[in-house]
Write a protein that binds this ligand. Structure first.
Ligand SMILES: *Cc1c(COP(=O)(O)O)cnc(C)c1O
Length: 495
């Protein structure tokens, strides 16, 4: 299957391995399939598949340049003993909704699902295309991507991961995970700025032709592990199918019955995978786009105008603190019937004026498919407490955003459709907020000790991967100005 850019004309086509290695299209667009696949997935048959088996089927429909053996190897190595549940993901029923736990991987957040697969896809892609340069994975993170990318790429030959994160903008546990992984082919650096500064500078570096040429001369080339990379997006489709089928298997829903998914959203990667699942035939009624105080998407779905010119908040759901949700571009490309000229115009408007407005046809399509809402930090904490009090079930702040928005949506619309809330992180990844939500007290010490304190309060046994966090070590941050990212990069690469 061939891939094309959302902003370039149809003549420019790449195969999947090349699209995965490149990450972003040179003119700034995102790669999408030239012809979206329409496989006939029989959900009745899917019922008997393991997570891994389903992943192989879904990856094969998008990445047919890889052999089935290659994909099977990638999937089996990605979803192995590093996960603390054999099923890989879990679905539980609490407070009248379902929670899809995607945080049983090595860094305790849903990004592991895709970031275990992407490095292995990239490694095979390098073989398939016989690339003789090393790949530099340059990534901006608001917290979870960094650790998950470093974990996934650890020890992968011919790759080097360089992560930029906002100084003071990631949680102590996220920071700990990144710094503990540093070394060999992994680097994490703090910038004095927010996530959008980090992301926009990464994009600038990618689009700096002089720099790219210099790298090429030294047998180096850039790629991206952000959800802009198509190799990261596609593996996320799997859990939409898998969770649907589990509900169906347990007779929570009838065959073919539509359900809602509520997704805590930042860069729009997770929820876009849900949209792709719907396009592939999964019976989805509404995709509920849940935001935190940075509610640029809520406003967009309400008004049809995306306007990033607003105050940026650092909240207790840091992985969602984003003003420019990159993957929205892929959705709009689809809703504009793949009109790359129109997309280039919208994105130019966003760059030049900080905003754009979609036309009324597209707005109507958005209204049909999506609902949207946001939660304040207080509402997030109240929701953590509500669910705990009701059912003794503990959720993390990101999941709480979606849980709150779902409750609000159900109250306002009386929509009784069974709903899966996508649960994106372990509560132990954000122990300070969760502890405060439950007890109204501050933890005595942030970071690892806070995990222990929360654990004592909850009187639970530690689950496998939470254990791995609790290890000794003294880690130092490297902090730079946001405008030093390019120079720092050249330094690391000895150029
Ligand atoms: C990254 C992340 C999100 C947001 O996902 P997007 O794909 O960026 O929309 C939500 N919750 C957690 C815990 C995350 O790490």
């Amino acid at each position: 299957m061939k891939y094309r850019s959302t902003r370039a004309n149809l003549n420019y086509q790449l195969d999947a391995p090349t699209a995965i290695i490149q990450g972003l299209s040179p003119e700034g667009g995102l790669f999408v399939p030239v012809a979206f696949p329409h496989p006939i997935f029989d959900l009745n048959k899917f019922k008997n598949l393991s997570y891994q088996e389903m992943a192989k089927k879904i990856l094969a429909t998008f990445f047919d340049d890889f052999s089935n053996e290659q994909l099977a190897g990638i999937v089996d190595q990605s979803y192995d003993k590093q996960w603390d549940t054999q099923e890989i993901v879990k679905i539980v029923n609490h407070a009248d909704n379902f929670y899809l736990e995607l945080f049983h991987g090595p860094t305790l957040a849903f990004k592991d699902i895709a970031l275990q697969v992407l490095p292995r896809l990239m490694n095979k892609a390098i073989n398939i295309k016989q690339v003789d340069s090393d790949i530099i994975i340059l990534t901006a993170t608001s917290g979870d991507t960094g650790g998950a990318a470093m974990s996934g790429f650890k020890g992968q030959d011919h790759t080097h991961v360089i992560v930029f994160y906002p100084y003071g903008g990631v949680s102590p546990v996220q920071l700990r995970q990144m710094l503990a992984l540093k070394g060999n082919n992994l680097t994490a650096i703090a910038i004095k700025g927010n996530f959008d500064d980090a992301q926009s500078n990464v994009k600038k570096i990618f689009n700096n032709h002089e720099l790219v040429e210099k790298l090429n001369l030294n047998k180096l080339q850039f790629s991206s592990a952000n959800s802009m990379n198509i190799g990261r997006l596609i593996p996320q489709i799997v859990y939409y199918f898998y969770s649907y089928v589990q509900l169906f298997k347990k007779c929570n829903i009838r065959s073919g019955q539509k359900i809602n998914f509520s997704v805590p959203t930042g860069n729009f990667g997770d929820i876009l995978a849900g949209y792709y699942a719907k396009k592939l035939g999964l019976p989805i009624n509404k995709l509920i786009c849940a935001s935190d105080q940075n509610n640029v998407l809520t406003d967009f779905f309400k008004t049809g105008t995306y306007d990033r010119r607003r105050k940026f908040y650092l909240t207790n759901s840091p992985a969602m603190d984003i003003l420019v949700s990159s993957n929205l571009e892929r959705l709009l490309f689809d809703l504009y019937d793949e009109d790359s000229n129109e997309l280039a115009k919208l994105m130019n408007n966003l760059n030049a004026n900080g905003k754009y407005t979609v036309n009324s046809t597209v707005k109507e399509k958005l209204d049909q498919i999506f609902a949207a809402g946001f939660a304040s930090e207080k509402e997030v904490e109240d929701e953590i407490k509500r669910i705990y009090d009701k059912d003794r079930y503990t959720i993390d702040p990101h999941t709480a955003v979606a849980s709150f928005v779902t409750k609000q949506y159900q109250k306002n619309t009386h929509d009784k459709t069974p709903t899966i809330i996508v649960s994106t992180a372990s509560p132990y990844k954000f122990p300070e907020t969760v502890f405060h939500a439950l007890t109204e007290k501050e933890v005595k010490q942030k970071g690892i000790p806070a995990i222990q304190e929360l654990n004592n309060y909850l009187k639970e046994d530690f689950q496998g991967n939470v254990h791995n966090l609790i290890q000794n070590g003294n880690y130092q941050e490297q902090i730079i100005e946001a405008n030093q990212m390019k120079d720092t990069l050249l330094n690391i690469l000895n150029l």
